[in-house]
Design a protein around this ligand. Structure first.
Ligand code: NAI
Length: 411
């Protein structure tokens, strides 16, 4: 296990940003006083990353860079990783935690983008546009008002009333829709939305059902044949959440039988990994289904928000020690430390460590004016605000505690 002390001035801190991360991130780092920022357009293969990572303090990646245990072993100075995207599967999160490296991401920076797309899809579906559009591309002229409705006064049923679901509800009310929702957690309604007692109630009453749940064991197959059968005849289904939430064979059957008016699907159980791979789905044959390639959150604005969100979390961790928003690491939300020095200690979460830490301070004769602790499974993160300008003796003692993973000293 690596053990080291870090107390660097900002001009020595090196930041490497891969995969064409938005310029907004660089601006944010610069504004916080970090000027050693190197940006590369693409992902680096593991071998090259292993070579380049040795003197990097903060690494920014998107989804194509793999941060494996081998990369982390070579990352002697790495203090934090920022995933400038939503997912963090590309990083070995446990291995990073064991080395005292928090990983940050931006889970909600594209909320608005998804909500806007879904809003547009509601209008398109209610007017039967997907089928009319497909027909027009083939030279057919389906000029008819049959099964074509305004959205005003219709009921939107939202399943999963979190960041996206609740924002969608507000936007849909702006178009005059009635909004009802079901969430497994009791959520206060925004605007005039009406909470439902069950998912079934939403399925049975809504003209359009939109899914905004996470991917969990409970939500896989959440919408199957039984749920689709509960929906009103001619109702529409939208899924821009996760691919496994809807049973695609069951949806295809409901469409085949003409029980649903249409659907808009952005996420699939299996998705091509690049544009060179064919998109295969039973839904391709249905003109009344709007198919989009998992782009619900893919907008220029979302990229900018992601850049701002992740770089802010990284600079806060660097400047103040707050690990708020880390996905693999104990979350400590710290106040300013203008009047005290701050020592950050990351350790294996073993019995007796805190006692050893407190002993190190008392032996060094240093007074602790504030102490914050959080643990996550096998790792603990304790932050001490102290009244001393000479932290050397206590840092040496902390370093000698066998469970120490790393320490940092902030002026
Ligand atoms: P969130 O975590 O803010 O909200 C999810 C809500 O679902 C929570 O309120 C939770 O209590 C609720 N929930 C969980 N299980 C449920 C169940 N069985 N029934 C009803 N409600 C349940 O998440 P957020 O940010 O709103 O995202 C929602 C989904 O959208 C996620 O799956 C996310 O991965 C996906 N997403 C898709 C994007 C795309 O490009 N298509 C972009 C961004 C997010």
């Amino acid at each position: 296990m690596t053990q080291r002390n870090l107390s660097l001035s900002k001009d020595k801190i090196r930041i490497l940003l891969l995969e064409n991360i938005s310029e907004r991130a660089v601006e944010c780092f610069n504004a916080a006083g970090y000027h050693q920022v190197e940006c590369l357009p693409g992902a680096l293969p593991v071998d090259e990353l292993v070579e380049r990572i040795a003197d990097v303090h903060f690494l920014g990646i998107r989804s194509r860079t793999r941060v494996t245990e081998r990369v982390l072993d070579a990352a002697d100075r790495l203090t934090a990783i920022g995933c400038f995207c939503i997912g963090t599967d590309q990083v070995d999160l446990a291995a990073a935690r064991h080395r005292g490296i928090p990983v940050f991401n931006a889970p909600y920076a594209n909320t608005r983008s998804v909500a806007e797309l879904v809003l547009a899809e509601i209008v398109m579906l209610m007017r039967g546009i997907p089928a009319k559009n497909a027909a027009a591309h083939r030279g057919e002229w389906l000029k008819s008002a049959r099964a074509s409705f305004e959205v005003r006064g219709k009921t939107l049923g939202i399943i999963g009333y979190g960041h996206i679901g609740s924002q969608l509800g507000i936007l849909a009310e702006g178009l005059g829709m009635r909004v009802m929702y079901y969430d497994v957690v009791r959520k206060l309604p925004l605007g005039n939305a009406e909470p439902a007692d069950s998912q079934d109630e939403v399925l049975e009453r809504a003209d359009v059902v939109s899914l905004h749940v996470p991917d969990t064991a409970e939500t896989r197959g959440l919408i199957d044949a039984g749920e689709l059968a509960r929906m009103k005849p001619g109702a529409h289904l939208i899924n821009a959440s996760r691919g496994k939430v809807v049973s695609i064979p069951a949806l295809a059957q409901a469409l085949e039988q003409g029980r649903l008016g249409g659907a808009a699907i952005d996420v699939f159980p299996s998705e091509p990994t690049s544009k060179d791979e064919e998109f295969v789905s039973e839904l391709r044959e249905f003109d009344n289904v709007l198919l989009t390639p998992h782009i619900g959150g893919s907008t220029h604005e979302a990229q900018q928000n992601i850049a701002l969100d992740v770089s802010t979390k990284m600079t806060l961790y660097s400047d103040n020690g707050s690990s708020t928003g880390a996905v693999n690491f104990p979350e400590v939300n710290l106040p300013d430390h203008a009047t005290a020095r701050r020592i950050l200690h990351i350790h294996r979460n073993e019995p007796g460590v805190l006692q050893a830490i407190n002993h190190a301070f008392s032996e060094a004769g240093i007074n602790i004016v504030g102490q914050y602790l959080q643990t996550l499974t096998d790792v603990g993160y304790v932050v001490m605000d102290v009244e001393t300008d000479d932290a050397g003796p206590v840092l040496r003692r902390l370093h000698d505690i066998p469970a120490t993973i790393r320490t940092r000293f902030l002026y």
